[in-house]
Design a protein. Structure first.
Length: 71
């Protein structure tokens, strides 16, 4: 999903603090995240994040999206 023209709220130094997007896009992002979380194998795991540290390999968003497309 590509955000259409996000706006940023910055501090006086220009550091981005917040992103402003249309509410409809926000809802779509939440739906997509919930759908992905529902099918992840470890979603129902009782493991804590600290238990997984060092055991998971980093993946790019494109790799994650491709993995879900293959399902």
């Amino acid at each position: 999903m590509r955000l259409s023209d996000p706006q940023y709220i910055t501090d006086s130094a220009g550091k981005k603090l917040c992103v402003v997007i249309p509410f409809k896009e926000y809802e779509e992002i939440l739906e997509e995240l919930e759908a992905k979380a529902a099918i992840l194998p470890h979603a129902k795991s009782k493991s804590k994040v600290s238990d997984l540290r060092g055991k998971m390999s980093p993946m790019t968003n494109e790799q994650i999206d491709q993995q879900f497309k293959d399902i």
